[in-house]
Design a protein around this ligand. Structure first.
Ligand code: ZN
Length: 115
């Protein structure tokens, strides 16, 4: 299939919105965990190290989710604008297979290696 039908676009859109909701939910949970960890660290060093490590992981999860949400929002804007599925670099259609794997892709597989 070479073109995206309205039905394709609707299901992509629904998928993006569902994914964004999932990410926001995950971020909320991460932030709850981070708040909980404001409590004093355990006194013995090994446990303290583990708590700090978890804290770093939580921050990393939060960052990743935030980045993905940004990309999803951009994809939704592109859907609105009618430019969804077009490579931002060369303007050609992004392969349907690639969009299935990465629904918020903004570059075709030829251009993605340059970014
Ligand atoms: Zn391209």
């Amino acid at each position: 299939m070479h073109t995206l039908t309205d039905e394709n676009l609707r299901s992509i859109r629904a998928g993006l919105i569902a994914r964004e909701a999932e990410l926001r939910d995950r971020m909320r949970r991460v932030q709850d965990d981070l708040r909980r960890e404001v409590t004093p660290l355990p006194r013995d060093a090994p446990d303290a190290a583990i708590v700090l490590e978890n804290d770093e992981i939580l921050h990393a999860v939060d960052e990743t989710a935030r980045g993905e949400i940004k990309q999803i929002e951009r994809a939704l804007e592109r859907l609105e604008a009618g430019t969804y599925g077009l490579c931002e670099e060369c303007g050609s259609r992004i392969e349907a297979e690639r969009l299935r794997a990465v629904p918020y892709a903004v570059h075709c597989s030829r251009c993605v290696t340059d970014t």
